[in-house]
Design a protein around this ligand. Structure first.
Ligand SMILES: [Zn+2]
Length: 210
């Protein structure tokens, strides 16, 4: 069968070069192409988070400016008590109180687990969050507030526990699930480890430190 030059087409996503229409449509179903599409989606999502983060920073900055103005107008009575010892709220939630969505739910919404946890924490009122930074020192509440290395340790333990839960869910997953969703579940449960840095990323931002 002669192949028409009109069909010559290169896929921008996976670099596949198609010479016939049927080749082209077959290639759309290949793992390589689908992975490339997935990757692109993930990248776009990351950009979305970056934008959201910038917007949040901007809002915080505006708030800070307002506070500074108030402080300046009251500067006769304003006393800087930032040297006082910092004590986080004893009534805050514990790390283990965080309920994360199921692997399948996260895969359906295309939110990687670390980001899902980050969002849950950010959605909590500041005074009840189990993780906070004060003057660049990490505080984590599990039973009681811990700081520095002890706090890091609690966070690592939490990540390992949740990672195990996701792995478990994946291993017991229905194999008849839609293949794209199944692959994404696999990626989220196994390939993408839960990482502390993503979870604490927004909290670390100076503007939202307590
Ligand atoms: Zn392709």
């Amino acid at each position: 069968m002669p192949c028409s030059k009109d069909y010559w087409r290169k896929c921008e996503k996976c670099n596949f070069v198609g010479k016939t229409a049927s080749n082209w449509s077959k290639h759309l179903k290949t793992k390589k192409h689908q992975l490339a599409v997935e990757n692109e989606k993930l990248k776009q999502q990351n950009d979305k988070y970056k934008i959201m983060e910038l917007e949040l920073q901007l809002a915080q900055l505006k708030q800070q400016q307002t506070t500074t103005t108030i402080n300046n107008t009251q500067n006769n009575t304003y006393i800087d008590n930032s040297v006082n010892i910092f004590t986080p709220n004893p009534e805050a939630n514990c790390l283990s109180d965080i309920v994360i969505p199921t692997l399948k739910e996260m895969a359906e919404q295309e939110i990687i687990p670390s980001v899902a946890i980050q969002k849950i924490i950010m959605a909590m009122e500041e005074r009840v969050r189990p993780i906070l930074y004060h003057k660049n020192i990490l505080f984590v509440k599990q039973d009681e507030w811990k700081r520095d290395d002890e706090a890091e340790k609690e966070l690592t333990k939490f990540c390992n526990e949740k990672y195990a839960v996701l792995n478990d869910e994946f291993l017991n997953m229905d194999m008849t699930l839609d293949s794209v969703l199944y692959d994404r579940c696999m990626e989220y449960a196994i390939a993408v480890p839960l990482d502390k840095d993503t979870i604490t990323h927004k909290l670390k931002t100076k503007l939202i430190q307590q």
